[in-house]
Design a protein. Sequence first.
Length: 61
Amino acid sequence: MNSDHVKGAAKDMAGKIQRKTGEAVGDHEMQAKGLARQAEGKTQKKVGDVRDAAHALGRKP
């Protein structure tokens, strides 16, 4: 696990909270921003996966 995994997971969770809050209060803009933050977090976690795979192959990205 590297920093991209941790930061990505945090963004994903923050996005979920923001999206759910937007749903609860009926704020479509907040929902959209939450979905965008979730996507950003999931992408960052995937970057972490690639970094881990490269490290496992003995390469540093």
